[in-house]
Design a protein around this ligand. Structure first.
Ligand code: NCD
Length: 298
């Protein structure tokens, strides 16, 4: 019989994590909560969701995050506004100077900005499957403008320092990787390639990172409608990929992975690693929580 053995330790016993999600989440929220509990720690959150905390009464981010900071040792926050994590960290730091027990802030995603812990779990998954970050063609596909996961992943790959690896960006013209990220990659000497034609790179890709068009970020629904069917991963499309490529997706997925019938076929393909990727999220977040709460280097 297979054992339930994802690990349970007491590394964070007696510590409390506050979950502050101002935006919807399944994987990030649940995996952080599960990670904290598997480390022996506890989790708090506003009983009816953060929207029914004093946020409902009009309290601002700076005060909400400092309230959580008075009760928890670590705060995991997701917010719809780009830069909100920096703002929250700034005010939390001010609180930390006044109280005895400092609190750490971890970003669970800030609007169209960044999703740093997703990048950690994505990197972990790439290494787990490929055993290297070097000499790879890593292809990021979809909404590269609004997708925070691809921003953080591209930056982390560049910062990590890779040799012979090429980042290929495939998107509609209107959803290209932001210019400031492209310049950062250039400064760090990472080789990049941008195209609107997936077929330019699909057959050479070692890592195919598929993403959802971020419908909720579009001001004009007709702009979304015009673009939403541009890149759809299907079993027949995947047949053009290398036999040892891996297909990743941060999830959730909508019709950028076709129909339920397409999902069912893709999910059986050994190249599809998004379920492992999802499980890795919890392990990586356990490591991160242990590091920030206990100084444990893992
Ligand atoms: C992503 C996100 O929230 O940015 N999901 C996640 O955290 N796994 C991707 C998305 O919403 O498309």
């Amino acid at each position: 019989m297979r054992q339930h053995d994802r690990g349970l330790t007491e590394l964070c016993a007696g510590r409390v994590m506050a979950s502050l999600f101002f935006e919807p989440s399944t994987r990030t929220d649940l995996s952080f909560q599960a990670a904290m509990r598997r480390l022996g720690g506890d989790v708090v959150g506003a009983s009816n969701g953060v929207q029914f905390s004093s946020v409902y009464k009009g309290e601002n981010l700076a005060d909400t995050v400092r309230a959580a900071g008075c009760y928890a040792d670590v705060i995991v926050m997701r917010h719809p506004q780009k830069g909100a994590s920096f703002e929250a960290a700034y005010y939390l730091d001010k609180l930390n100077q006044r109280i005895d027990n400092p609190t750490v802030l971890i970003s669970g995603g800030d609007g169209i900005g960044e999703h740093p812990t997703q990048a950690l779990l994505d990197m972990f998954t790439i290494y787990d499957k490929k055993k290297t970050f070097d000499n790879q063609t890593i292809t990021l596909v979809g909404d590269l403008l609004n997708g925070r996961t691809v921003h953080s992943l591209a930056k982390l790959i560049a910062r990590y320092g890779v040799t012979g690896t090429r980042l290929a960006f495939v998107s509609p013209d209107s959803l290209r990787m932001p210019a400031e990220i492209m310049s950062m990659l250039a400064e760090l000497g990472v080789s990049t390639y941008e195209t609107a034609d997936l077929m330019d790179v699909l057959g050479e890709s070692d890592v195919i990172y598929w993403t959802r068009i971020q419908e909720e970020r579009f001001e004009n629904p007709s702009d979304y409608e015009a673009i939403k069917d541009r890149f759809i991963m299907t079993p027949s499309l995947l047949s053009h990929a290398k036999a040892d490529a891996i297909l990743m997706h941060p999830l959730p997925r909508k019709h950028e992975m076709g129909t339920q019938a397409d999902h069912d076929v893709l999910d059986e393909d050994p190249r599809a690693v998004y379920f492992e990727q999802m499980e890795n999220g919890m392990f990586v977040r356990m490591a991160l929580l242990a590091k920030v709460l206990r100084g444990v280097y893992v």
